[in-house]
Write a protein that binds this ligand. Sequence first.
Ligand SMILES: Nc1nc2c(ncn2[C@@H]2O[C@H](COP(=O)(O)OP(=O)(O)OP(=O)(O)O)[C@@H](O)[C@H]2O)c(=O)[nH]1
Ligand SMILES: [Mg+2]
Length: 216
Amino acid sequence: MSVITVERKVLEKNDQIASVLRVKFKSKRLFVINMLSSPGSGKTSLIEKTVDHLKGKLNISVIVGDVQTDNDAKRIGKLNIPVVQIITHGSCHLEAQLVRDAYTKIENEPTDLLIIENVGNLVCPAGYDLGEDKKVVLISTTEGDDKPLKYPAMFRNSSAMVINKIDLLPHVNSSVEEIKKNAKSINSDLKIFNVSCKTSEGIEDWCNWILNQIKK
Ligand SMILES: Nc1nc2c(ncn2[C@@H]2O[C@H](COP(=O)(O)OP(=O)(O)OP(=O)(O)O)[C@@H](O)[C@H]2O)c(=O)[nH]1
Ligand SMILES: [Mg+2]
């Protein structure tokens, strides 16, 4: 029983910090995406494509979480945009406090869109509010159609789902329709995008959705 109590307290403290952070992001007129997925679904690749597609239209900054390395910050740094790496040293998710501290390093950079790449994990990050406007979950065609059913919280709490690696569909035993059906059975409001970060198919639709969210 005490374990449950401790976890609830941790989440309550996280939610308080996230609420303050959300007010700060709003006051800075930032649109904030918390990007979630299993390891390797293509979060960093989608950020690279998004930055490339929206350059000249939006100022984008990135906070990226990783258990051990700064590989992703090095990749995103090559795009010449502000990026901060959070290394969690084993922790499987980002917390609002870590994002708050990381944001202080880039808060003076002109930014319209802040993308937070969460630690690759379909379980723990679902419960942690980071002050974002939208949670976006990625699933790639190599992961199996049943993942929304097996990890429902991630799909329930997200506003949009990006199905990535559609270029691999001819080679994998996977169906976009089945992934969509399973995801919609968890969250009928999910906005869904079919994307390939390799061929850039679907990137324009995804970026238009971001632009429309910012206009709202
Ligand atoms: N064929 C194909 N490969 C892709 C696509 N998107 C990403 N990849 C590859 O998938 C691998 C993982 O991509 P990343 O962007 O590093 O994935 P990630 O979700 O950021 O990974 P973590 O940060 O480790 O969780 C890389 O080798 C990418 O080149 C895609 O649309 N098609
Ligand atoms: Mg990554």
